[in-house]
Design a binder for this molecule. Structure first.
Ligand code: XMP
Length: 483
């Protein structure tokens, strides 16, 4: 059979990108303030806002994950570090807040004040329950140790009559007890005085302050971690602590990776997100190979720090990828949430991604510019920036290979660039900008939530010439005046 190359070219579909489309306004019965942006990140994890930070070493470590989860989204901790470090970062997020802290730092009555001060400093805490074996016998706070000599025994400075709560205490009760006794820490004990956990007033206030935060059943913030599906050891180490494992390979539709992922899901219990994929066929092969898929990360080559498509001419732009993946999921009658990853610069891009079938959007560039991303502020010509680099960039890869001898370079090519992005302020203000923009977009589309947007969204294709008209034009903006 001759191969008809001409036909292949002539009949090629269009690999749509965010810049090719707009949302056509529809009849609206709702105001933006009535829009509900809550969504599923995975089959089992619910978020109040559809925003996710990319697993990149200039984007998501503990500080970013904590800040974003407090706003209702979720951060995915990058994997450019040894397994033990990634587990530690995940634990830091989990420890940031909870109603009842379970892995409480404690001290014994025979230790001394110096030990208590060191522990408090090391873990940045202000008090320690005192335990004899597993029985609660007292509590020491900064106030108790501040003026005592370092070698004084804890049993001499601790408060012995500790106010405690029982395991099934409610938040309201805990708050009432703490107010009544003017205390900031409330140990939770069993009937026979075994220490079961600790409630702090700080955590209770934080719950009230961040009422939309993404939390697990224990009130701890949700967090995800990235990994290669080939890295079973990493998966097993993270499984106990993290809420979701997110595959972090550029081309998931690869037989070895599919097989590895099929094996991995059998060994872990938390949710597993596959990715990145970009085609109907990739989903078809994934769902028929892997027993359990809880989310799908889609988009290849659209990332702002990505040179994959430029270099290889291979890619599945995020908007095209979402539509392809949605189609495959509908064919197989599966409702697995889609995470749109790469190329999202504005709330409008995020709205298009959701309108095309995604449940959430993952952003690297946007969050890299926040105060909470790793990396120092850089001042260039009177303006502030933060570093941002692709995980396939030379320097990011050099770091990984130096740290992790198991991550042998599979490819000899560099697929990312490194540079800086404008500083955007803190995560809270960036989230506000996106949430307000999304709600306005939903308002135009006449949709009160994401599921309704999927049904109601109508798209308009924009020509290259038209793109110019759809942004500010024929006006000189401040800072652009030329004298
Ligand atoms: P944005 O556009 O938000 O995209 O900056 C973030 C996403 O880009 C992907 N990523 C890469 N893609 N080479 C690539 O081809 C890279 O070096 C690279 N680093 C990150 C990744 O999916 C991320 O979430």
């Amino acid at each position: 059979m001759p191969i008809d190359f001409y036909k292949k070219l002539k009949e090629a579909g269009i690999a749509f990108t965010f810049r090719d489309f707009i949302l056509i306004p529809g009849l609206s019965e709702i105001e933006p303030s009535q829009v509900d942006l809550s969504t599923n990140f995975t089959r089992n994890l619910r978020l109040n806002i559809p925003l996710v930070s990319s697993p990149m070493d200039t984007v998501t470590e503990a500080e970013m994950a904590i800040a974003l989860a407090r706003q209702g989204g979720i951060g995915i901790i990058h994997r450019n570090m040894p397994i033990e470090d990634q587990v530690e970062v995940v634990k830091r997020v989990k420890r940031a807040e909870s109603f009842i802290i379970r892995d409480v730092f404690t001290i014994s009555p025979d230790q001394n004040v110096g030990d208590a001060i060191n522990l408090m400093k090391k873990h940045n805490i202000s008090g320690l329950p005192v335990v004899d074996g597993d029985k609660l016998v007292g509590i020491v706070t900064k106030r108790d140790v501040n003026f005592a000599s370092l070698d004084e025994k804890i049993s001499n400075v601790m408060t012995k009559d500790v106010i405690t709560a029982e395991e099934n205490v409610t938040i309201e009760e805990a708050k009432r007890i703490m107010h009544k006794h003017k205390i900031e820490k409330l140990p939770v004990v069993s009937k026979d005085k075994r220490l079961l956990g600790l409630i702090t007033i700080k955590d209770i206030y934080s719950r009230e302050k961040y009422s939309l935060a993404s939390r697990d059943r224990e009130g701890r913030l949700l967090v995800g971690a990235a990994l290669s599906p080939l890295d079973i050891r990493r998966a097993k180490s993270l499984d106990k602590y993290v809420d979701v494992l997110v595959s972090d390979v550029a081309h998931f539709h690869n037989r070895n990776i599919l097989k590895a992922a099929a094996k991995l899901v059998k060994e872990v219990s938390v949710d597993f997100v596959i990715g990145n994929v970009g085609t109907y066929k990739a989903v078809e092969d994934a769902v028929t190979t892997i027993d359990r898929i809880d989310g799908i990360r889609v988009g290849i080559g659209s990332g702002s720090s990505c040179i994959t498509s430029e270099l290889t001419k291979a890619g599945a732009p995020t908007l095209f990828a979402i539509a392809q993946v949605s189609m495959a999921l509908q064919k197989y009658n599966l409702s697995i949430p889609i995470i749109a990853d790469g190329g999202i610069r504005t709330p409008g891009d995020a709205a298009l991604a959701l309108a095309a079938g995604a449940s959430s959007v993952m952003m690297g560039n946007v969050f890299a510019g926040c105060a909470e991303s790793p990396g120092e502020l850089i001042k260039i010509g009177g303006k502030y920036y933060k570093p941002y680099r692709g995980m396939g960039s030379l320097s990011a890869r050099m770091k990984r290979f130096a740290l992790d001898r198991y991550s042998y370079p599979a490819k000899g090519v560099i697929e990312g660039v490194e540079g800086v992005v404008p500083y955007r302020g803190d995560v809270q203000s960036v989230v506000e900008e996106f949430v307000n923009g999304l709600k306005a977009a939903f308002g135009y589309a006449g949709a009160k939530n994401i599921a309704e947007l999927w049904e109601k969204a109508e798209f308009g294709a924009v020509t290259t010439a038209g793109l110019e008209e759809l942004k500010p034009h024929d006006i000189i903006l401040p800072g652009e005046e030329k004298i």
